[in-house]
Write a protein of this length. Structure first.
Lengths: 573, 187
């Protein structure tokens, strides 16, 4: 067991050590400084010329948002159309059918918003054309959208008064060409060397040693999995995601996939510090995030390594931990680490089935998504954290009797209203969705067109755990995470549509809000620091931010967690 | 507004070409230089393909080392775990049944020595591995069925243990298919 713990610690340390230089590099890309990938500049200029875009023209926050939303809408339409006709398109060797409109709606939204909730299974639900041409495409562009939005916000935090906040297209394209594509190629080569397939051939039929005839699904996996993690997307090529032996062949690829998903969210915090030349601020943010992450990770690893007490009670050897839903080649420790990492950042890929984790581990996974900014998703994690900073500045300002200021800009009523609305949106979406579905399940309502049969039929577990399955689904949708308690029958109009709506609102409003706040603040007069300025890069202020996160994110959800995972935990003893 | 729509459509086409044509074609080109040409590594016995190296197979016969329970019966046309919660009564009954079945097939084994992974389903339903303990515990049964000495089987298992990565990171494991192929060649 100790080699499993060493594996986890080494993975975490290696990721942080790599994230620091990468953050410096990203800051240079955003600032337009010289980097070693400058040879790509002619290609980028060519892309802009073909698209009729002047990437040097600085835009205000409204126009940047308009550009972001417009191109996202184009991708949505493209994805919907292809998903609904994929059955008649090429590159479909397994003859998988086209999607129903409600499933296509859910899937298109899901990948567009970087959520990657999957109500289908990769082996039977999509063609290779869809995997590469739609889903992988959206994995690249949705990640770059988040980073570009963050770049606009960071640009707005500079010490000056302006309404020119850079160019969305410039940040967006460079995120793909300078960051995501080069890293994807490196990671893909490592995967290929470890036996991950990259083929356009369909299922293979073999006769096993024991004489059974089985089929084996394959596909262009090695191109798909790198960006799935680097973009914190998390949508699996196969149904069981990175628990599948072809999507995650061994312990080394497990470490690489863990590093790939957490590298950029961490690096972006350092990029903020380098870009603004405010390293103390970056250290404060990173420390709060890391403490929150470890507070969720350590208990989860302990619970999973200890095993399921109800199985221990049966008298077998639970030395290897809670192995239901986990793979022998990974073991309990790194699977527990993965389950928290993938939920604090918005990846949502899994290497073990979350539905079968211990109840309190499941709670920690949900808390990771409820907070949604301990590192957080590509770009949007820091945007969420930014909202909490704004609220913390305001509260601290009131407490000590100083004007609330952040980086030399006064925070006033308009910004506060936006911040509070965005902070409350997340609990609102999750709790309303869960309440609605629980009502139907508890009354066992006949759902008609929305679900074939009675509502309790969508749960694979009764009691507290059944409630957790529904709570998890909306939490994952609103946090744009995409992992699930997969026992929930979610491929039906009720879940496809309600989760789809939660996903759109949970994506675009938390991007629009912070960009708007940053844009409004950037236009205000810059007030140089004085003795009366509230220091926002100190440990005290970090504690304050942590307190705000705890109160807003964690306590808002406490009653629902008490009904689900906490009640289930106590029912075990 | 109008200019953003046309720019968005044109940029989308450009990026489709870069991310969905150039990038996967490049990776596919590199895959050609791997031993399996990217089609997945297969395992052959006497020139006949008996499986994929990374994909677990169902071994239920008593003469073979048995793998873990699978929620999808090791059918790699799909994949899946049980997705049962840890306190689900049906699930706990299934685990108890798996323990009883194992104890019946391996009467000399003490219940306290049965490793939990032999009675719980994997996440993928295609787990190719078991722990070394899970292999050693099946030795008496296989020795009896095949008439091979226990020492010989233990030596065979020892040869097939894959230790932690770089000797430092992660668990030890045994690939069940490889072990059983060697077992078929042992007299």
């Amino acid at each position: 067991m100790h080699t499993e713990i060493i594996g986890v610690v080494a993975t975490f340390i290696a990721t942080v050590l790599l994230a620091i230089p990468l953050g410096k590099y990203i800051a240079k890309v955003f600032a337009g400084e010289r980097t070693m990938l400058d040879f790509l500049a002619p290609a980028e200029r060519f892309f802009f010329r073909v698209s009729g875009i002047d990437a040097t023209r600085e835009m205000d926050w409204k126009e940047n948002l308009l550009a972001l939303l417009t191109i996202n809408f184009v991708w949505f339409l493209y994805a919907m159309v292809i998903l609904m006709i994929q059955g008649s398109l090429p590159l479909n060797p397994d003859h998988n059918p086209s999607m129903s409109p409600d499933l296509a709606f859910n899937t298109a939204i899901s990948f567009l918003v970087n959520c990657n909730l999957q109500d289908y299974s990769g082996e039977t639900g999509v063609s290779y054309f869809t995997q590469i041409g739609v889903l992988m495409f959206l994995q690249f562009v949705s990640a770059a959208t988040g980073v570009a939005a963050l770049a606009v916000v960071i640009n707005a935090m500079k010490e000056r008064t302006t309404d020119k906040l850079g160019n969305f297209y410039n940040y967006f394209v460079k995120t793909i060409t300078r960051i995501l594509l080069p890293l994807s190629v490196i990671v893909a080569v490592i995967f290929l060397l470890n036996g991950m397939p990259m083929t356009w051939e369909g299922k293979d039929t073999i006769t096993t040693l024991q004489g059974d005839t089985v089929q084996v699904s394959r596909g262009p996996v090695a191109a798909f999995v790198p960006i799935k993690h680097l973009g914190t997307n998390g949508g699996g090529f196969f149904g069981v995601n990175s628990a599948h032996p072809l999507e995650n062949p061994n312990y080394l690829t497990c470490i690489i996939e863990l590093m790939a998903q957490s590298l950029l969210p961490m690096a972006l915090v350092f990029a903020l510090g380098y870009y603004l030349k405010r390293r103390k601020l970056a250290v404060m943010i990173f420390s709060v995030m890391t403490i929150g992450f470890l507070l969720l990770t350590i208990p989860t690893i302990m619970l999973e390594v200890k095993g399921n007490p109800m199985i221990t009670h049966m008298g077998v050897d639970t030395y290897s931990g809670a192995m239901e839903g986990k793979e022998v080649r990974f073991g309990a420790a790194i699977s527990a680490y993965w389950s928290i990492l993938t939920t604090v950042i918005s990846t949502g890929s899994v290497n073990a089935m979350h539905d079968s984790f211990m109840p309190l581990s499941g709670m920690n996974q949900m808390l990771g998504m409820m907070v949604n900014c301990f590192y957080g998703g590509k770009g949007v994690g820091i945007l969420n954290f930014y909202i909490f900073i704004i609220i913390a500045v305001f509260i601290s300002g009131l407490m000590v009797g100083r004007t609330p200021e952040f980086l030399g800009k006064k925070i006033e009523a308009r910004e506060m209203k936006i911040a509070i609305l965005i902070a409350l949106l997340h609990p609102f979406l999750i709790l309303v969705g869960t309440a609605l579905s629980s009502y139907f399940a508890a009354h066992d309502t006949a759902m008609g067109w929305w679900f074939s049969g009675k509502a309790s039929g969508w749960l694979s577990n009764g009691g507290y755990h059944g409630f957790s399955q529904m709570l998890y689904q909306y939490t994952s949708s609103s946090a744009n995470n995409g992992s699930g308690f997969e026992g929930l029958s979610d491929n039906n109009p009720f879940w496809n549509i309600t989760a789809g709506i939660v996903m759109i609102l949970g994506r675009f409003l938390p991007i629009i809000g912070p960009v708007a706040i940053a844009g409004i603040l950037a236009k205000k007069k810059y007030i140089p620091e004085s003795a009366g300025t509230l220091q926002t890069d100190t440990a005290t202020f970090g504690l304050m931010v942590f307190g705000v996160i705890f109160i807003i994110a964690a306590l808002a959800f406490f009653p629902s967690l008490a009904l689900g995972p906490i009640a289930e935990h106590f029912s075990m003893h | 507004m109008k200019s953003h729509i046309f720019s968005a459509i044109r940029l989308t086409v450009v990026l489709l070409a870069v991310c969905c044509l150039v990038y996967p074609a490049f990776i596919w080109g590199i895959a050609y230089f791997t031993p399996s040409h990217g089609k997945g590594d297969t395992v052959e016995v006497n020139g006949k393909t008996v499986g994929y190296a990374l994909i677990g197979q169902s071994f239920t016969q008593e003469k073979y080392f048995n793998g873990r329970p699978s929620a999808v019966g090791y059918n790699a046309a799909g994949s899946g775990g049980s997705n049962k919660g840890p306190t689900n009564p049906e699930y706990l009954a299934a685990v108890q049944a798996a323990i009883d079945t194992f104890a019946m097939k391996n009467p000399t084994v003490k219940k306290a020595d049965i490793p939990v992974e032999l009675v719980t389903a994997s996440g993928s339903g295609l787990d190719p591995d078991i722990s070394p303990e899970a292999a050693y515990i099946q030795v008496p049964r296989i020795a009896k069925v095949r008439g091979i000495s226990e020492d010989k089987l233990k030596a065979l298992i020892a040869q097939h243990i894959q230790g932690p990565l770089f000797g430092l990171f992660g668990p030890s494991k045994i690939n069940v298919l490889q072990l059983n192929i060697s077992l078929d060649h042992t007299k």
